[in-house]
Design a protein around this ligand. Structure first.
Ligand code: PBG
Length: 324
């Protein structure tokens, strides 16, 4: 074959490389996660997520203005409630931090797509994603509660709801709840394939959602399993999910690629807090060059099959992409 076959011919100069580039990451692919706290003027740094703050609604508006300016058109909201209790009451409170946040952001940024994380772990005293009965997760009571949470988000004006709890049957319960209340057109972005990952550590510091006993392996997927992820995705599709998500992203590109080949729904991937923290830490020590490393990781996630990527780097990455 050689010398007839010379793949390097198409790599010789920038114009040729540009012509044959297969994957183009764009700002519109990126979704910015935001941590919301009650109060005003709050900008609380998260030690394990340098550059990420927990914001009150006023300062969150400033961040969103910057994001929109950079070309990021979607955010996902996580709430830190005023108080936790057994049922995670604030999670569905019309005056809860997420519901207030949705209303405020939709008012100030009508073009912005506001996605809400639907879960209980920040709101329950146990720090678990479902409700407890006799020390165990009560799956079927939890999904009724999660549907209430999703409906309250839709009532506040959320464009998309994103359940991250990993209870069985929750997509169906949320779909039924939304439809019953007149939100038949509100899409569900399902965290369909969410692994029990060590890479969520910094998020739990930010959200105050560390489980108070045990861990999440009773509901999140075993990182060693592939086939089970396809089953989870299939079920969520049948239950009415509109977009399927894989989480974390970079350590699970094989899953993402297989979902891309098997399903025709849009796919999302979450570059989680630990992935961000690793990049930040290495860049901070001068061990990695931040910009190319981040863009390479995000491009790889898109190449593997993600249409949208949730990332704490959304704003910086969008700026890097448009600067060229
Ligand atoms: C909670 C939730 C988690 C994340 C998003 N939603 C953490 C967990 O399951 O403990 C992780 C996001 C991240 O690490 O950036 N339902």
């Amino acid at each position: 074959m050689f010398p007839v076959q010379r793949p390097r011919r198409l790599r010789e100069n920038a114009a040729l490389r540009f012509l044959v580039t297969e994957t183009r990451l764009e700002p519109r692919n990126l979704v910015l996660p935001l941590f919301l706290v009650h109060g005003e003027g709050q900008r609380q740094p998260v030690p394990s997520l340098p550059g990420v703050n927990r914001h009150s609604l006023d300062t969150a508006g400033e961040v969103v203005a910057g994001a929109v300016d950079a070309g990021v058109r979607a955010v996902i909201l996580f709430g830190i409630p005023a108080a936790k209790d057994e049922r995670g009451t604030e999670a569905s409170d019309p005056l809860g931090i997420v519901q207030e946040g949705v209303r405020r952001l939709k008012e100030d940024f009508p073009e912005l797509l506001v996605i809400t994380d639907v879960c209980l772990c920040q709101y329950t005293g146990s720090g678990h994603c479902g409700l407890l009965r006799d020390g165990r997760i009560d799956n079927d009571a939890s999904i009724v509660r999660l549907a209430e949470v999703a409906v309250s988000h839709a009532q506040a004006g959320a464009d998309v709801v994103a359940p991250s709890d990993m209870m069985d049957g929750r997509v169906a319960a949320i779909r039924a709840g939304l439809d019953r209340e007149g939100y038949g057109m509100t899409p569900i972005l399902s965290y369909a394939v969410k692994y029990a990952s060590a890479f969520y550590g910094p998020f739990r510091e930010a959200a105050g959602s560390e489980p108070q006993f045990g861990d999440r392996r009773g509901y999140q997927l075993n990182p060693a399993n592939f086939r089970e992820s396809m089953r989870e995705a299939e079920l969520d599709l049948q239950e009415g999910a509109d977009i399927l998500m894989v989480k974390p992203a970079l350590p699970y590109l094989d899953i993402l690629r297989s979902l891309r080949e098997r399903f025709d729904l849009p796919l999302a991937a979450y570059q989680v807090s630990g992935e961000y923290a690793m990049l930040k830490a290495a860049a901070g020590r001068g061990w990695l060059e931040e910009r190319p490393a981040v863009l390479e990781a995000l491009t790889a996630i898109k190449r593997a099959g993600a249409d949208l990527i949730l990332t704490y780097y959304a704003v910086e990455a969008a700026r890097w992409l448009t600067e060229g």
